[in-house]
Design a protein around this ligand. Structure first.
Ligand code: MG
Length: 375
């Protein structure tokens, strides 16, 4: 049995090497929360909440995550005995939603638990792939030429799948130009729910349908399963859902309604590795292609994504690119890096397989909190 007696929280800010724009916002640096859990024997595990600073992707933000972790989730985990990470997070079931916050503790429990067993998190999850094919997600650029430059840069680095962020007014033309100039590259687009299903929008998706895309991700608002289902019936290109899939039951409902043919499985959005694995298992049992998405994680969250992406049902390239694409210096060693478009899975190292560099964490530290059992 494992009993946690200390949970530390660290809010860190890291500058991005290249500004990133989606349909809703533009970012030059990111703030994420890292947590370290320590059990009564002194064993530790790290987790990350990769929640965006602002509530533009989901209804959480960094401050709500901090509050939920400090006032509800971490206190509920301290001093309680459990055997598996699934048991640990089951004890948080009375707190509704707040998946990005709870993901930090879920990941930390998997890290600690697998370190105690002297195995990797990837092995603990049942992962089988020794490397994960990485794709990159490219933001909205000021011009199409700037976008083509970014695509050329990443194709040159060996990435074979490119995802473009789109929004109304930045959709058909940039996608067509990339398709024309890079005919051999796997190409997909992500709208982050920016369209509303009007006739003008449907014309956009009909045009995108002719560009030989791997998928069109989250065209409409996350709760609108009906609009996705109607659009999917009229497209050859598979729709992939991201923001909609917050639980395994939502994934099951979306598939049953024909609202998508592909699912983007995200550790953060689903509340951790356990619930993300459950959605992977569902997709695999139904023969639905799935891939592992990301939220521009720092090293700890990125390592968790790599571990998850090693599961056998992830048949499409993941969004798990090297962290050097986003950050000049990450807070873990070794860094998570892609070589020739693939990220190796560290089955030979314990836990997540990446250690936090304490001095670097201090360099980027904005705030810290410590909770202990019986406090
Ligand atoms: Mg997405």
């Amino acid at each position: 049995m494992i009993t946690l007696d200390r949970i530390e929280m660290f809010l860190l800010g890291l500058p991005l090497v290249h500004e990133f724009e989606t349909s809703s916002h533009r970012k030059g640096h990111l703030e994420h929360i890292l947590v370290r859990v320590t059990d009564v024997d002194g064993a530790t595990g790290w987790g990350e909440s990769a929640c965006p600073t602002d509530p533009f992707f989901c209804n959480e933000n960094v401050e709500t995550c901090w509050l939920m972790l400090r006032d509800y989730l971490a206190p509920a985990l301290l001093g309680v005995s459990w055997e598996t990470p699934a048991d640990a997070v089951r004890g948080l079931g009375h707190v509704k939603g707040n998946n990005f916050a709870r993901a930090a503790l879920d990941i930390a429990c998997w890290d600690l638990c697998s370190r105690r067993q002297e195995i990797s998190v990837a092995a603990a999850l049942g992962g089988t792939a020794f490397s994960v094919q990485a794709g990159v997600s490219l933001g909205i650029e000021p011009t199409i030429d700037a976008l083509l430059e970014q695509v050329a840069l990443h194709v040159g680095q060996g990435y074979r799948r490119i995802k473009l962020k789109i929004k109304p007014g930045w959709d058909i033309e940039p996608t067509r130009r990339v398709r024309d100039e890079f005919p051999g590259v796997g190409l997909q687009v992500d709208a982050n729910g920016a369209y509303d299903g009007s006739l003008a929008d449907l014309a956009v998706f009909n045009k995108l349908d002719d560009l030989n895309l791997l998928m069109i991700e989250q065209p409409f608002e996350e709760t609108n399963l009906l609009a996705h289902s109607r659009l999917q019936r009229n497209l050859r290109t598979p729709i992939c859902l991201d923001e909609t899939i917050t639980t395994a039951s939502m994934a099951e409902t979306a598939l049953a309604m024909g609202a998508c043919r592909i699912i983007n499985v995200k550790v953060s959005r689903l509340g951790g590795l356990g619930p993300a694995r459950a959605v992977h298992d569902l997709c695999r049992s139904q023969g639905v292609p799935a891939w592992c998405g990301g939220m521009h994680e720092f090293g700890i969250g990125r390592a968790a994504n790599v571990a998850l992406a090693s599961l056998p049902g992830f048949t499409l390239p993941s969004d798990v690119s090297g962290s050097d694409k986003y950050f000049a210096e990450d807070v873990v060693q070794p860094p998570v890096l892609a070589a020739d478009g693939a990220v190796p899975v560290p089955f030979d190292r314990q836990g997540l397989g990446h250690e936090v560099i304490w001095s670097r964490l201090q360099d980027h530290l904005l705030r810290t909190a410590e909770l202990t059992a019986g406090q």
